[in-house]
Design a protein around this ligand. Structure first.
Ligand code: PRP
Length: 178
């Protein structure tokens, strides 16, 4: 599987080191409070798993599954909730955990939806962020790495459902998709 990568952008060690830094920052920012981490399936599975184990605070997790309407690989900004949260967000300190923000459309929708449920606070942690996400109106408090506008796989990021389980993150070799 790793032979299908053209270029490694981040090794597993680099990702884990950055996760540790972000986890420490969150621990410090939320000292004495209990956070509810909300993961967005499926891509956020890896970062959710590593982030919470790197944290020293008490933490709970919950999951949402969403589907973006629209053809092909472009987000349309219209999001359908396929699986909603089990938890009530009223009064909770919530951090939404994502693998990647590309256009920002998915999170723009999700944040206004979640904000309407009365959380005490609502922030975002994403492992990767692409340049287009800068247009997003919602501020992102925790970013693992800024990445170029390239199609990347690994660490939860897929191509046609594959490569999520790669430990490194990189670009795919052309022979894979041509
Ligand atoms: C990816 C990613 C984000 C979204 C980001 O999910 O996990 O949820 O796209 O794109 P945007 O910023 O342009 O809206 P995807 O729909 O590919 O599903 P997946 O998590 O199951 O891979």
């Amino acid at each position: 599987m790793s032979q299908d990568l053209e270029k490694v952008l981040f090794t597993s060690d680099q990702i884990q080191a950055r996760i540790d830094e972000v986890a420490s920052q969150i621990d410090a920012d939320y000292e004495g409070r209990e956070i509810l981490l909300v993961g967005v399936l499926n891509g956020a599975v890896m970062v959710m798993s590593d982030l919470q184990r790197a944290m020293r605070s008490h933490v709970e997790m919950d999951w949402m599954a969403v589907s973006s309407y629209g053809a092909g690989t472009q987000s349309s900004g219209v999001v359908r909730i396929l699986k909603d949260l089990n938890a009530d967000l009223e009064g909770r300190d919530v951090i939404v955990v994502e693998d990647i923000i590309d256009t920002g459309l998915t999170l723009s929708y999700l944040m206004s939806n979640l904000a309407s449920r009365g959380p005490a606070s609502l922030e975002i942690m994403t492992m990767f962020r692409k340049p287009d996400a800068a247009q997003m109106e919602v501020p992102v408090k925790y970013v693992g790495f800024e990445i170029p506008n390239e199609f990347v796989v690994g660490y939860g990021l897929d191509y046609a459902g594959r490569y999520r389980n790669l430990r490194d993150v990189g670009t795919l070799a052309k022979h894979v998709y041509s």
